[in-house]
Design a protein around this ligand. Sequence first.
Ligand code: GLN
Length: 456
Amino acid sequence: SGYLSRLRRSEPHLRSFLHVSEKVLMDAENVDRAVERGEDLGPLMGVLVGVKDNICTVDMPSTGGSRILEGYRPAFDATAVKRLRENGAIIVGKTNLDEFGMGGSTEGSGFQVTTNPWDVSRVPGGSSGGSAAAVSSRQCVVSLGSDTGGSVRQPASFCGVVGMKPTYGRVSRYGLMAYASSLDVIGCFGSSVIDTAILLKAISGHDRFDSTSSKHDVPDYVTDLASLDCLESKPLTGLRVGVIQETLGEGVDRGVISAVNAAASHLERLGSVVTEVSLPSFDLGLPAYYILASSEASSNLSRYDGVRYGSQVAADELGSLYGDSRAKGFGGEVKMRILMGTYALSAGYYDAYYKRAQQVRTLVQKSFKDALEKNDILISPAAPSVAYKIGEKTNDPLAMYAGDIMTVNVNLAGLPALVVPCGFVEGGTTSLPVGLQIIGPAFTEEKLLRVGHVFE
Ligand code: GLN
């Protein structure tokens, strides 16, 4: 109930939710009664979870932050949501996002702008800004986001919470509105590494409704972490940590660099061997990501034509029904991505853009593979800056895209990455959190959580 009253009080300032469940109190009372009866509903029993609004819920609207889906109520729960309910969780509501996940500040929502709980004149990051702000301000305990190019990790960094982007395929995408299917993954926010681990465990694992979901075993992330508390003073002895050189240079805030350097020294004091590592194709990742993500988006979003999906604008003939429905329903950023993607995929330009971007993707995968043969984990900032002012980048899409430089490569390679708060930068009247990104080989979420835990 502390969470719910906090939610009521803070929501007018934060606007992190697009919808708050009407039956959250009833659900909570049902859990109380079950507890009285001595029933065990599961590891998330009674835990209030926020769910990003591009993840389908049967009992609440799911808009993906887009006007085109205003009023849409899915006929089913996403697999991740279904698993949350099976583990006893209460879905408190649907959190705000940049339309269909396209953006980095949550200012691109078709409905409202969410603010950063540390300073309400600043953005919470994005696209899962609502989920990050809600956990940061304790409007809910944990939340789900999605990460196509950094949308869990960058808002976690801006809001000072823990954010996990799992390995591609670790969590079923069934019921996640597709943005760029080869990059999309559902991720987790928590105010501690343990909370994040509990949430991750609940939603992970194979799902027959998503052929790309992995059959890889789901380890017990939680017990593994608990056993760490009684370890000796150098719990990371022998761990080889590579600091990605390209992420600590020009264009990165000085305060961010010093917080990450301090984190590296902390890892060293706990026994790990820290060296610098270079990822030669690092800078190519950003343009390649924007070509691939927009290309996939242009195909995925074709379903919103006002007939199959999306609100319909009345028209005399089919062409204008499609055109007018899209013109009215989609926001500017989404239209721009569809145009960019359609262009990159068109016959005359395919080789020059899409194919070339796929080649870069292979290079990025290879450079991570090489770096992760010599190192157990890699570290970098989660974003080149701390949270910036609302409105600062809204008229400059390229500046917004440049903010994704730290995160997009990880999606191109399909790897897991955890973000944990690692320090602060003084920003005007308040200090603003900095996030450390910890990257590992595929399916090493367990290890990343263990390393992240030493920052708490
Ligand atoms: N900011 C990036 C984009 O707009 C990443 C978004 C995401 O991960 N969903 O594409």
